[in-house]
Design a protein around this ligand. Structure first.
Ligand SMILES: C[S@@+](CC[C@H](N)C(=O)[O-])C[C@H]1O[C@@H](n2cnc3c(N)ncnc32)[C@H](O)[C@@H]1O
Length: 303
C-alpha cells in the first residue's frame, strides 16, 4: 500500500494506478494510459496533500464514498486540460459561419422555425462559446442585410433580430472553468485573436481586462455537463466538441459520437477539433470539407 508524507512524491503500485485509471475513466471518460500516468500521479499527489490523506488507500476510499463526491469532482477538475482560445481553428469557424449558419438560417426561416440552438460541449473558460456567439450575431446581421426581415426591426437594433432566438449552451466538467466563462473577463493576451472591431462591439474595457458585454453574455447559458453521462442537452442545431475527445479512448469516443447524434436536430452539424475526426468511429455523419475547415452533418436514417 502506498503511503506518503506531504513532501515525498507518491509512487503508486501498478494495481493502485489501475484502480485510479479505472475510476477516472468510469467517471468522465478520460483515459490516462502509460503516456499520461505521470500527470495522473502528479495531480493525485496534489489532491492527497490538500485533503491530508496519508496513503492512497485512504484517499481512494474517500473518492469512492458517498461523502467523497465533492473530492472526486475536485480530482477530475484537476485532471482536465483547459487550453483554449478565441477564434481557435479559423478555417472551421469560416465554414461554420459562411456555409453552415447560412444554410440553417435559410432553411429555418422557410419553416418559420426561429430558434437556433448551439452547444459548446467542453467549453473550458468560455472563449469558444463567446466566439460562436459573435459569429452568429454577425451572420444574422449580414443575412438580413441581404434578405428582407419578415418583421419590423425594433429600435435600438438588438443583437438578435426578432423573432429569432439564439440559445448557446456552454458546458464543461470543470466548475472553475465554467465560473471563468460566466464571468467573461479576459486579459490582453487572451484577447489577442479578437480584432478591434469585435472588441469595440462586444467587449467593455475594465481596467487591464476586457469583459464581454451583457447582451452577448445573455445568449449563453453555462452549465455543468459530464459528457460521460446520458443526460445531455437535446435539440441542438450545431454541436461544437473540439479538443475534448482526444482525451478519451476509442470506445468512449464512439459512445460520445452516438450520443451527439441523438442530441442533434435533423440535419444538424457536429464540429470536432482539427486533430480529431469521425473516421472509423461513425457512419452516421457526412463529412463536409471546405478551405481546410471540416464539419460533420447528421445523416437521416430513412424511414
Ligand atoms: C482542451 S479544452 C477544449 C476547449 C474548447 N473546446 C476548445 O477547443 O478550445 C477541453 C475541455 O474539455 C473538458 N472535459 C474533459 N472531459 C470532459 C467530460 N467528461 N465532460 C465535459 N467536459 C469535459 C475539460 O474540462 C476542458 O475544459
Amino acid at each position: 500500500m502506498s503511503t506518503t508524507t506531504l513532501t515525498t512524491p507518491i509512487q503508486l503500485s501498478d494495481a493502485e494506478l489501475k484502480l485510479l485509471q479505472t475510476l477516472v475513466y468510469q467517471e468522465c471518460g478520460m483515459c490516462f494510459d502509460e503516456r499520461r500516468a505521470h500527470f495522473l500521479q502528479d495531480r493525485l499527489q496534489r489532491r492527497m496533500k490538500a485533503t491530508q490523506a496519508d496513503c492512497f488507500y485512504h484517499y481512494y476510499r474517500l473518492l469512492t464514498s458517498r461523502e467523497g463526491k465533492e473530492e472526486l469532482a475536485k480530482l477530475l477538475e484537476n485532471l482536465t486540460v483547459n487550453e483554449t482560445s478565441f477564434f481557435r481553428t479559423k478555417p472551421q469557424l469560416d465554414l461554420f459561419q459562411k456555409q453552415v449558419l447560412e444554410n440553417l438560417l435559410h432553411h429555418k426561416q422557410e419553416r418559420r422555425d426561429w430558434t437556433l440552438r448551439i452547444w459548446s460541449a467542453g467549453c473550458s473558460t468560455g472563449q469558444e462559446p463567446y466566439t460562436l456567439a459573435m459569429l452568429v450575431c454577425d451572420a444574422l446581421a449580414y443575412y438580413y442585410l441581404r434578405n428582407p426581415l419578415p418583421y419590423e426591426m425594433p429600435s435600438p437594433k438588438p443583437l438578435v433580430p426578432p423573432p429569432w432566438k439564439v440559445e448557446i449552451i456552454a458546458s464543461d466538467i470543470s466548475y472553475s472553468a465554467l465560473q471563468a466563462g460566466q464571468q467573461g473577463q479576459y486579459t490582453e493576451s487572451q484577447m489577442e485573436p479578437v480584432d478591434y472591431t469585435l472588441r469595440l462591439r462586444y467587449f467593455e474595457k475594465l481596467r487591464d481586462k476586457y469583459e464581454v458585454k451583457k447582451p452577448l453574455k445573455d445568449l449563453i447559458q453555462f452549465d455543468f455537463h459530464n459528457l460521460k453521462t446520458e443526460y445531455l442537452p437535446q435539440r441542438n442545431d450545431v454541436i461544437f466538441c473540439r479538443n475534448v475527445m482526444i482525451y478519451f479512448d476509442e470506445a468512449e469516443q464512439k459512445r460520445l459520437i452516438e450520443k451527439f447524434y441523438r442530441c442533434l436536430n435533423r440535419g444538424g452539424y457536429l464540429f470536432v477539433g482539427h486533430a480529431e475526426s469521425l473516421f472509423g468511429l461513425s457512419t452516421k455523419y457526412r463529412m463536409i470539407h471546405q478551405n481546410n475547415g471540416t464539419a460533420y452533418e447528421r445523416i437521416e436514417e430513412s424511414a
